[in-house]
Design a protein around this ligand. Structure first.
Ligand code: NDP
Ligand code: OXD
Length: 306
């Protein structure tokens, strides 16, 4: 069995050695143009040439949760696509989103500015009941974030395609319930996959439906957000601020207004990193299940786009 690796974070040996340790019987090699065809692949954002040279791939394991970049490519129809589900990302996402929302809710930046200026000032308290948080996407990551926010007693709403029943969380499903979901939320977290249905979903119309003083956290993909609409609603005061981890163009271009905007905090696509040990162990388990014909979690359904 031959396994090709492409695009993993850090030195290639870091990953090839790990795969060899888990699959000693496999031939594992970092892919370069002209490499011999492989049976399986472990990839992040490969070029089209990778698939053009690999017509016989049985399955591809994506080194991340989002498969939008992969689905832009021409991939043989019989090649199965498998994504990471959680693999250590859910807890990172939960801490990132809770940090962003609590930093805003507790005015921690304002306190930091005060104390750095030598001011001992107490700001008004806020009621958690007046800060319901809506999570777009109630999958592997969205559910973990919902659970973490409930742990801080925030009212939590989730929106998904299929209805969900989560303990202590109000569920909304489908396009017909999107407006009600937005109207019931002040904080908004985007944890949707990027698909034809979800591209540009954070726009003037949807963000205007949030309760006044809304706060947006986008940790999914930059193309979910219409940037000019966010800026306009921040300027108008309808939105109080935003934390953004993902952008249409990454790295964010040097002249982009988000860098220095006083109401926007940015991070460089780092809210939930792919962790080597967790990812390799998960991929080995999925490969084993595939080889045994057992069900595999995280199978990508190409028609639905995630
Ligand atoms: P999942 O596939 O587990 O969950 C996706 C959720 O979105 C599901 O609840 C699904 O609904 C819902 N959804 C999809 N399409 C629609 C739609 N049209 N209308 C309503 N709901 C919809 O994905 P993950 O939770 O694992 O990951 C989510 C995304 O997070 C990834 O696709 C990736 O883009 C991003 N991500 C970002 C990272 C970062 O570092 N910034 C790291 C990891 C992931 P249903 O449950 O009904 O299927
Ligand atoms: C992912 C990501 O999709 O890191 O896993 O963005």
């Amino acid at each position: 069995m031959r396994i090709a690796l492409y695009g993993a974070d850090g030195p290639a040996e870091f990953w090839t050695d790990g795969l060899r340790a888990l699959w000693p019987q496999a031939e594992v090699a970092h892919w370069v143009p002209g490499s011999p065809p492989a049976d399986y692949a472990v990839v992040w954002a490969p070029p089209q040439a990778f698939f053009d040279e690999q017509p016989g791939l049985k399955a591809v394991f994506n080194l991340g949760a989002g498969v939008d970049a992969l689905l832009k490519l021409r991939i043989p129809p019989q090649t199965q696509l498998v994504r990471l589900d959680d693999a250590g990302m859910a807890v990172q996402m939960a801490e990132y989103v809770c940090h962003a929302l609590i930093r805003h809710f507790r005015a921690l930046d304002a306190y930091a500015a005060d104390t750095h200026a030598g001011r001992w000032t107490q700001r008004p308290t806020r009621a958690r009941a007046d800060f319901p948080v809506g999570i777009l996407g109630a999958g592997v990551l969205g559910q973990r974030v919902a659970q973490a926010l409930r742990g801080f007693d925030f009212p939590v709403n989730v929106w998904s395609r299929q209805p969900k029943q989560l303990d202590g969380v109000r569920g909304f499903a489908g396009a017909a319930q999107l407006d009600d979901f937005l109207a019931a939320s002040k904080g908004l977290v985007c944890l949707l996959p990027l698909t034809v249905d979800t591209e540009n979903i954070l726009n003037r119309r949807s963000l205007s439906r949030l309760q006044p003083g809304g706060y947006v956290v986008n940790v999914a993909r930059g193309a979910h957000l219409v940037e000019a609409d966010l800026l306009a609603l921040l300027d108008s005061g309808h939105l109080a601020g935003a934390t953004l981890d993902v952008f249409r163009n990454e790295p964010l271009p040097a002249a982009h207004p988000f860098w220095a905007h006083p109401k926007i905090s940015i991070t460089p696509h780092t809210s939930a990193r792919t962790l080597r040990e967790e990812s390799l162990v998960q991929i080995a388990g999925k490969l084993q299940a595939l080889l045994q014909g057992l069900p595999v979690a995280g199978m990508v359904e190409r028609e639905r786009g995630y």
